[in-house]
Structures are given as C-alpha cells and as structure tokens.
Design a protein around this ligand. Structure first.
Ligand SMILES: Nc1ncnc2c1ncn2[C@@H]1O[C@H](COP(=O)(O)OP(=O)(O)O)[C@@H](O)[C@H]1O
Ligand SMILES: [Mg+2]
Length: 248
C-alpha cells in the first residue's frame, strides 16, 4: 500500500486573512496566515492580547469562515462540508479548552466530560466506559461525582481537558489554558496537553502567553498584529544561549 503523505495533517491553513467591521471600517485581524497541524504534535501560538489568537482558533474550529485563503480540516476544504457535517466534526473530532474552563456548574465532573459524547450521539454504555477509562487514566476517578464549584482551578482545567479529549480529541484547540492558573496547576495542564499529543496522538494547538509551554511544543509561532511567523529558538551552546556575533 502506498503511504499517504497527507495522512498526518489534521489542519492546513493557507493564506488565511480575517477582518472585523468596526465603526464602518474594516479592521484586519489576521494577515495571510499559513499553518499546518499534524497528529501527535503540539503547536504553540505566542502573542500579546489582541494579536488575533482567538480569531485564529475560531477559524481553525470551523466556527468562522476565513475572510480569504483556505482552511482544510481532516483532509477536506471546509467549504466542501455542509453545516451539519461541520457541527458533527466539532462534536466528534475536535476538543476545546478555554481560559475560564467553561464547565457547567449544575453537572458533575462525569456529566461535564460526557457532554460532547452525548452531542456526538454516543450510546449511554459507551459513554460510561469511556468516562471511566479517561478518569482512571488521569487518576481522577474519585472526583467523578463532584460538582465544579467544589474543585480547585487546576482541577477544573483538568476536567475541561478531559472533556476536550473525550471524543478522541483528534484536534485540541486550547485558548490561553493556563492564564487563570497558579504555577503548579499551569505546569500540570502543560504536561497534560503535551501528553494528549504524545500519548493520544492528538494534534494540539495552544494559544498562550505562557513561555513555559515552549519546551513542550513541536513548533512555536509568534503572532503579532495578525501576522504569524515561526519562532526559532536560539541555538544553545554548552548550556548557554549563543548571542549573535558582535562586529569587531
Ligand atoms: N467580534 C469582534 N468584533 C470586532 N473586533 C473584534 C471581534 N473579536 C475580536 N476583535 C478584534 O480583533 C483583534 C484580535 O482579537 P483576538 O483574536 O481576540 O486576539 P487575542 O485572542 O490574541 O487577544 C482585536 O483587536 C480585537 O479587538
Ligand atoms: Mg484571546
């Protein structure tokens, strides 16, 4: 069988631009952004507030069409999907993690994690098995019956992450997932996101200011005023960062 070189590519953006209408004028917020995301890798988008990170993730999720350029999700141009097909893809193949967790307070941990599976049409038995496996994997079985209000911020984000990967989490989009967390919880969430990529072969795209995420990323991009550029670490020589040669 011939290898399919496209197989690992989950998302491909080519020259995507986006703008918002503001006060009768059009304001460009993404400028010809190109990005590829593959299975098993974590991609980090670093950029200041207002640089376009959330807009990029919203487009990546197929929630907003690109103003221009093309977006392909799971090997198909999103323009070729019907609205219902895109909804089904979001429910069954994409997971979201937000800065403020967005857990439903009236539901237990198990019920929160089950929510996307219900939307994706899984049977009750299959949902039950899946949730127990997931909670067991991250040693959170004892929290399953608790309500979000009784959890720490870090525990809430861990539940949100489980919810994001419950459907298989082929593509996980995380928007500033550590911004509301203390240092210990942030490190835990970073470790878990990297684990989703490594262990579950998810393609994980994280928008963040958090430089501690850099070491977990396969590729790092800087986004500035809507322009995306790959960010290369400076080469490290004998444990020190090599400075550019100064002119003699
Ligand atoms: N719904 C909207 N209407 C008008 N402008 C918007 C809207 N959403 C975002 N913007 C503007 O687009 C720019 C990028 O926003 P955003 O993608 O949220 O950036 P980030 O997530 O990096 O903070 C900002 O200048 C923001 O004010
Ligand atoms: Mg944002």
């Amino acid at each position: 069988m011939r290898a399919n070189p496209q197989r690992g590519i989950v998302l491909a953006m080519d020259d995507v631009s986006a703008s918002f209408a503001a006060g009768g004028e059009s304001r460009i917020v993404l400028r010809e952004v190109s990005l590829r995301a593959e299975r098993g890798e974590l991609i980090l988008l670093l950029g200041p507030s207002g640089s376009g990170k959330t807009t990029l993730l919203t487009i990546a999720a197929g929630l907003r069409p690109p103003g221009s350029g093309t977006l392909s999700l799971f090997g198909r141009d999103i323009r070729s999907y019907r609205v219902r097909e895109l909804q089904q893809i979001r429910a069954s193949r994409i997971g979201f993690v937000f800065q403020d967790f967005k857990l439903i307070e009236g539901l237990t941990v198990r019920q929160n994690v089950a929510l996307p599976l219900r939307l994706a049409g899984w049977s009750g038995t299959r949902i039950k098995d899946r949730i127990e496996t997931l909670l067991g994997e991250v040693d959170m079985l004892r929290l399953g019956g608790r309500y979000p209000r009784s959890l720490s911020q870090g525990q809430r984000q861990r539940v949100a992450l489980l919810r994001a990967m419950a459907n298989g989490g082929e593509l996980i989009l995380a928007d500033e997932p550590t911004a509301s967390l203390d240092r210990t919880s942030s490190l835990e969430v970073i470790r878990r996101l990297a684990w989703c990529a490594e262990h579950h072969r998810s393609s994980v795209i994280v928008a963040s200011h958090d430089l501690r995420m850099v070491d977990s990323a396969a590729r790092v991009y800087r986004i500035d005023d809507g322009s995306l550029a790959e960010w290369h670490r400076r080469p490290v020589v004998s444990g020190t960062t090599k400075e550019p040669q100064s002119t003699p």
